[in-house]
Design a binder for this molecule. Structure first.
Ligand SMILES: [Zn+2]
Length: 179
């Protein structure tokens, strides 16, 4: 995979070597940074159109991947936080509703809904999780990465639930300190 492209340094004219897929190279003669645009021009004049296209495709793929990933992650976090919030509210209702069975009932429903929302959320997100393959220059589905991401999310969810429980207990205590 040591596919080198040789170009002229736009600053001193020296020969700069660059590996395919890299966006920057440093000139060994004058230390100036040769950026993507210069490389593009250089590649075009030296007739390396296929390499140029591959570079463009890879760049586009990577941008799309990053954009999609950020959107997916944001949606997952919003959902996870709503579910944790429901769980926490449920704990508070159940905690302060001692003799009020309606409040305890609502609390129980919220706790169960929150808990049951979190598990499918982690599964759906981990199932759609992809990685960017640097060699292929494209997005790729990877079973091991999906599983690792799922374990990570389960860990985060448990931590969120623990924090929500502590917060609910503190809030219950503040609302009803003689208990
Ligand atoms: Zn130079």
């Amino acid at each position: 995979m040591n596919d080198m492209i040789e170009i002229q340094c736009p600053n001193c004219g020296g020969t700069v070597r660059r590996q395919t897929g890299e966006y920057f190279a440093v000139c060994p003669y004058c230390n100036s940074e040769v950026g993507f645009d210069e490389l593009k021009e250089e590649a075009a004049v030296t007739g390396m159109r296929s390499r140029l296209e591959a570079l463009d495709r890879r760049f586009k793929n990577e941008q799309e991947f990053k954009h999609k990933n950020a959107k997916r992650k944001k949606a997952m976090w919003i959902f996870l936080l709503i579910m944790t919030g429901m769980y926490m509210l449920g704990m508070i209702f159940a905690g302060i509703g001692e003799e009020d069975s309606a409040l305890v009932g609502i609390g129980a429903v919220l706790i169960i809904s929150g808990l049951f929302g979190i598990l499918p959320c982690t599964i759906v997100y981990a199932g759609s999780y992809t990685v960017f393959n640097d060699v292929k220059g494209a997005e790729e589905s990877n079973g091991a990465a999906k599983f690792r991401e799922w374990l990570r999310l389960v860990g985060i969810s448990l931590l969120l639930l623990a924090l929500a429980t502590i917060a609910a207990v503190i809030i219950c205590f503040m609302l009803d300190p003689q208990k």
